[in-house]
Ligand binder design. Structure first.
Ligand code: NAP
Length: 509
């Protein structure tokens, strides 16, 4: 679908601080309706086609994305200011995700077939089915892997849900190229028209109208708390409310325990300097909060961390607006009393580049002033010097929900002293990491990329990894249904040869 609304706009090359050439058209109202109507029509067939056919479609999307070659990488770099190496890596992650979902579909057990057949009782059989057409909002900070054919789209298509993408205005060219690859793949593999649409917009109207549309059954979003919450409210106020799976803010606390400070201060300082600055700090898993207990060892770690962070050359942010938001969020924090500046503020940076910044506060100040808890999207981190374990525990207990929580340690016996702290941390996060950095999210079936609010709007789900498919399905139970009318996954003879739960036993029968 090519958008031909009245409003036009251009993307920006943040590196050059100038507009890119291509003119994009915001989707007109009739195009929004058409995309949704086609998606609804497509659902009638796509919702029930064989998993192996959906798998072929996902594999074909990956191939077509690769076939875009250098054009895609060049456009990505021009629209995001991110380096070519990152573009290449993210393309691999995106095609890898699509192929992983294809493999999951071919294996087939993801439908969670459960069969209860007992003499004298009703025959009860349950499996997951797709919920219908969904809307995916492309994320600014991952123009490929969390955008047009990213994890939300791949998982929804795997589930059997047609997808309407509201592309992110920061990388509309990248989105259109990827959309062309998806549409080519759909045609090649015989998918119904409307299984996928990409709509451009440069304001909130297109997104609002999509979420309000009664034919849309769920929404996937990655972005700001403000944007995510606005969509949650719109969805909740519909005559028939729908779920919004929004991944929003997180500062990803890192506990550096005394043993790690004593044995590995330099290693962790170097690793964390690199992690804070990676991707110009524009990762949702950026370590924005580091917590330790006051000691000369902690001071030593902070000194090295600041030195190592200062050594790294600043890099470009995604867009002038993201840069100005970084500056204003940072100013809000730096306008507070009671912190100590650790990194240098003296460096001159190019327009749209972000100077990394690390500050320290003591535990009491952090507990009293919630401004220090705020996500500053960019290369910014707060190190908190706690008085003791009790204060550290209180800080963790008071924190908002997070995507990740990390523990650095070099003596397992030390855990006895921190049992309650770690338990509290577990209750706040979607992923607990031991002796590593939080940046870098593996795409695999065990991954949880989500967490208690505001990390995500529903902590029961993940937006990365194979179980992301669960956001787009619902269970249906067939009672006493004739075998030949059951879906293949529930038939007596198990023609799909999938693992099922039969009379509460996991089996391939
Ligand atoms: P955003 O402002 O939340 O926007 C994301 C998408 O949602 C865009 O397509 C936007 O549309 C749409 N949107 C926003 N508010 C909306 C509303 N009220 N109704 C309907 N649609 C709405 O995020 P962003 O543009 O990516 O970046 C802005 C800030 O978000 C960043 O500076 C950062 O603080 C935060 N962010 C956080 C993460 C994270 O992982 N934690 C990731 C990305 C961004 P339009 O742009 O067309 O208006």
């Amino acid at each position: 679908l090519s958008a031909k609304g009245k409003t036009t706009y251009k993307t920006i090359n943040p590196e050059l601080n100038s507009e890119n050439e291509t003119v994009f058209y915001e989707a007109a109202a009739e195009e929004i309706s058409q995309a949704v109507e086609l998606a609804e029509e497509a659902f009638k067939t796509y919702g029930t086609i064989a998993d192996v056919k959906k798998a072929d479609f996902l594999d074909a999307i990956a191939e077509e994305i690769e076939a875009l070659g250098e054009d895609l990488l060049t456009t990505y770099v021009q629209e995001s200011g991110l380096p070519a190496g990152r573009a290449n890596g993210e393309r691999g992650r995106t095609t890898g995700q699509l192929r992983a979902f294809a493999t999951m579909l071919r294996e087939g057990s993801w439908i969670e077939a459960i069969i209860n057949k007992t003499e004298g009782k009703p025959d009860i059989r349950r499996q997951q089915i797709p919920i219908g057409p969904v809307v995916v909002f492309g994320a600014s900070n991952f123009p490929l892997a969390f955008s047009t054919a990213g994890g939300d789209t791949a998982s929804a298509l795997a589930a059997g849900c047609p997808v309407v993408v509201k592309s992110h205005p920061l990388h509309s060219g990248t989105s259109e190229l990827v959309a062309s690859a998806v549409i080519k793949a759909a045609k090649k593999t015989g998918m119904p028209n409307g299984v996928f649409s990409n709509l451009n917009s440069h304001g909130i109207e297109v997104g609002v109208s999509l979420v309000e549309n009664p034919s849309i059954k769920a929404v996937g979003f990655t972005g700001s708390i403000k944007g995510g919450m606005a969509l949650c409210k719109i969805a909740a106020n519909r005559a028939i409310p729908i779920p919004v799976y929004a991944e929003m803010g997180s500062i990803n606390p890192v506990l550096i325990l005394p043993s790690a400070l004593q044995t590995d201060a330099e290693k962790w300082a170097k690793n964390y300097a690199a992690s804070i600055v990676a991707g110009t700090g524009q990762f949702c898993t950026n370590p924005g909060l580091i917590l330790g207990i006051k000691s000369a060892w902690l001071d030593n770690f902070i000194t090295i961390l600041a030195l190592e962070t200062d050594k790294i050359d600043p890099t470009c942010m995604l867009h002038p607006n993201i840069k100005s938001q970084y500056e204003s969020l940072k100013s809000e924090v730096l306008g507070q009393e009671g912190y100590t500046q650790q990194t240098t503020l003296e460096k001159v940076v190019k327009p749209n580049y972000a100077l990394q910044n690390i500050i320290t506060v003591d535990g009491e100040t952090f507990l009293k002033n919630k401004t220090f808890h705020k996500e500053v999207f960019g290369p910014f981190s707060v190190v908190v010097k706690c008085d003791d374990i009790q204060q550290l525990n209180k800080i963790i207990f008071d924190l908002e929900g997070q995507l990740t929580g990390t523990v650095l340690n070099s003596d397992l016996q030390e855990f006895d002293n921190f049992k309650e702290v770690i338990e509290n941390l577990k209750n706040k996060v979607g992923r607990l990491i031991y002796n590593n950095v939080p940046t870098g999210v593996e795409v695999c079936s065990g991954m949880t990329h989500g967490g208690p609010f505001p990390a995500s709007s529903d902590s029961k789900f993940t937006s990365v990894g194979l179980t992301a498919v669960k956001r787009w399905v619902r269970p249906v139970t067939f009672q006493d249904w004739p075998d030949q009318l059951l879906p293949d996954g529930l038939k007596d003879k198990n023609p799909l040869n999938i693992t099922r739960t039969v009379n509460d036993i996991l089996t391939k029968n």
